[in-house]
Design a protein around this ligand. Structure first.
Ligand SMILES: NC(=O)c1ccc[n+]([C@@H]2O[C@H](COP(=O)([O-])OP(=O)(O)OC[C@H]3O[C@@H](n4cnc5c(N)ncnc54)[C@H](OP(=O)(O)O)[C@@H]3O)[C@@H](O)[C@H]2O)c1
Length: 325
């Protein structure tokens, strides 16, 4: 099978597309013929060995995929050959075939194509859990989303609008803000155009109720300052590469709540919330109310360009590898 392989850690250019033997199948596992794989920021970090989970070389990168089940191992009952499925792991998805535990897969709802399914998993599940169970976002509230043109940010814009919030999108270009507008943001701020603190004050004179921050760096503090008394700030990631330090007097003066979200630890401690959110966000996907924005598609052979595109922060919404082609 054709697969992207990382033989040594480093920049995206270390990844080569090669022919590998098909992976072996064990009991409880299924073989998936990958149709599409999404390229995520952590994929770039894993290749560089800068992610919290370290993967020894050689390995096939790629954490999000969708495709068709072509073989099932012993003891597999709830997934059958021919089922269309999607899933999320750590590595292995940038390949024509993938072998995974049957229980890790989700069936793709009818009417949803493989690219959309591959693009949906991480970003929308993260954003929905953050908005609903961490921020407890209410209809009519003012939501500010940083990195609003990126994967998690754009999903937070779309789902925040669906949950009835008034959404302010903060991003670095007209193209990213246009995508945020098409996903439901009604107020748009280009943080490269001037002082973010001032722009937020003018856009939201009464303050924001909730900030969702997948970026960190220099944007976090001005966004936190934009909260009204009792507002909630959720830190989700540090795509800027900089973990911000927040002066605690700002928290004290406005009774602000700062909360964090990390999928693994949240899921282990709040399984009921995750199960309810999974059910509801899957219903939104199946009903066509959620449509992941795919900003660019690359063939598997161009995996280096795709990783570079995401690593440079140029991605708008999700970037997808069209593996089937
Ligand atoms: N906590 C969790 O469970 C969880 C789950 C999923 C993802 N994450 C994390 O959330 C973060 C965002 O993920 P994502 O999929 O939304 O990423 P993404 O699609 O690449 O978007 C990240 C955004 O960050 C901004 N950015 C600023 N400086 C950047 C830089 N030096 N390089 C890249 N982007 C930069 C960009 O927005 P502007 O150009 O508009 O400023 C970009 O659109 C990542 O750190 C990821 O690891 C966390």
């Amino acid at each position: 099978m054709h697969a992207a392989v990382c033989h040594s850690h480093g920049p995206p250019e270390v990844v080569k597309v090669e022919d590998l033997p098909s992976p072996e199948l064990s009991a409880g596992q299924v073989r998936v013929r990958v149709a599409a794989a999404a390229v995520n920021f952590p994929d770039v970090l894993i290749v560089a060995n800068e992610y919290q989970i370290k993967i020894p070389t050689p390995f096939v990168p790629g954490s999000e995929y969708a495709g068709v089940v072509t073989e099932v191992g012993e003891g597999v009952g709830d997934v059958a050959i021919g089922d269309r499925v999607f899933g999320t792991g750590i590595v292995g998805a940038f390949a024509e075939e993938l072998v995974v535990a049957a229980q890790s897969l989700t069936l793709i709802p009818g009417g949803v194509d493989e690219r959309a399914a591959a693009a949906f998993g991480v970003a929308h599940r993260t954003a929905f859990n953050v908005l609903r169970s961490v921020a407890a976002l209410q209809p009519g509230e003012e939501l500010v989303v940083l990195g609003a043109g990126g994967g998690v940010g754009l999903a937070a814009v779309e789902l925040g609008a669906i949950l009835g919030a008034s959404v302010t999108a903060v991003a670095s270009s007209a193209e990213k803000l246009e995508a945020a507008s098409s996903q439901g943001a009604t107020k748009l701020i280009d943080h490269r155009a001037g002082d973010l603190r001032q722009a937020l004050r003018e856009t939201l004179p009464d303050g924001a109720d909730v900030v969702v921050d997948p970026v960190g760096g220099d944007l976090a503090e001005p966004a936190l300052r934009a909260l009204r008394w009792g507002g909630r700030f959720v830190t989700v990631g540090y795509a800027s590469g900089v973990i911000p330090r927040i002066p605690l007097n700002l928290v004290l003066l406005k009774g602000i709540q700062i909360m964090g979200f990390e999928f693994g630890s949240f899921g282990a401690r709040r399984p009921d919330d995750v199960a309810r959110n999974e059910n509801d966000v899957m219903e939104l996907l199946a009903a066509g109310r959620v449509n992941p924005h795919i900003g660019a598609t690359f063939p598997l052979d161009d995996v280096v360009a795709a990783l570079r595109y995401v690593g440079d922060g140029r991605a708008i919404g999700k970037i997808v590898l069209d593996v089937a082609s």
